[in-house]
Design a protein around this ligand. Structure first.
Ligand SMILES: CSCCC(=O)C(=O)COP(=O)(O)O
Ligand SMILES: [Mg+2]
Length: 224
């Protein structure tokens, strides 16, 4: 019996286009000024140092900013980039520049699952802060009361089974009682390898006839 649901965001609860056409361009536009203004802040300095180490060199700030932008353009799921994006997006949400896109079917079913007593969690490449912002400033208002916890790539990569084993440990549940929702097959493969139940959201891509994960077009089609 499923007792908890862990959901991905981009392509699952929320549209690919919101992330790629709103959030990423906003971060790309505001990153240089944000880094210039906040580079001495301890949290930001730590992120810059982490990024510099990942970039393999002792990049000067201007070169590091260019590296960040190249990572954004390549949709690289790099943890310090994701954390920096979360800090930048805070301004955008608070200024009302945008609200977080969540599909109506996702809101409807997350609410119904919570009412049935299931615990709901998020696991996204976006930072925990970015996750809380998207749901906190969503098209439907503050949806954060729906969720009991959030995970990002600080627990591990989304294509690594060990990450899901760690999540199951944090939830203190047998993996088989946790349902993972995502649009990415490799993430679902890793979750299944850890013993999770899976549903493959095929909202914006063609269904795969040979899929070895149950495919659903939206949250209304999820049965368990
Ligand atoms: C949480 S909003 C930003 C989402 C993001 O940066 C991202 O890469 C989302 O990837 P996901 O793992 O949710 O498909
Ligand atoms: Mg996704």
């Amino acid at each position: 019996m499923i007792e908890a649901i862990v959901t991905d965001i981009e392509g699952t609860t929320s549209s690919l286009s919101f992330v790629k056409d709103v959030l990423f361009p906003y971060a790309r536009q505001h990153l240089p000024a944000f880094v210039a203004e906040h580079c001495a802040d301890p949290e930001v300095k730590a992120l810059l140092d982490d990024a510099n180490r990942l970039a393999g060199g002792q990049l000067e700030q201007a070169a590091l900013i260019e590296q960040f932008i190249a990572w954004i353009d390549a949709d690289q799921k790099i943890t310090p980039l994701k954390s920096l994006q979360g800090l930048i997006w805070l301004d955008g949400y608070q200024n009302g520049d945008f609200t977080g896109h969540v599909y109506p079917d996702a809101v409807r079913n997350l609410r119904a699952w919570q009412e049935r007593g299931l615990k709901l969690y998020v696991y996204s490449s976006g930072s925990v802060q970015a996750q809380k912002l998207l749901f906190g400033y969503s098209d439907f208002g503050d949806l954060t009361p729906l969720f009991s916890g959030y995970f990002d790539t600080r627990i591990g990569g989304k294509r690594e089974a060990e990450s899901y084993r760690k999540i199951a440990d944090e939830l203190a549940l047998p993996a088989a009682r946790i349902l993972f929702l995502s649009d990415i097959k490799e993430e679902l493969d890793a979750a299944r390898a850890a013993g999770f139940a899976t549903r493959w959201l095929v909202r914006e891509q063609a269904a795969d006839a040979a899929a070895d994960h149950p495919q659903v077009a939206d949250f209304d089609a999820i049965r368990f």
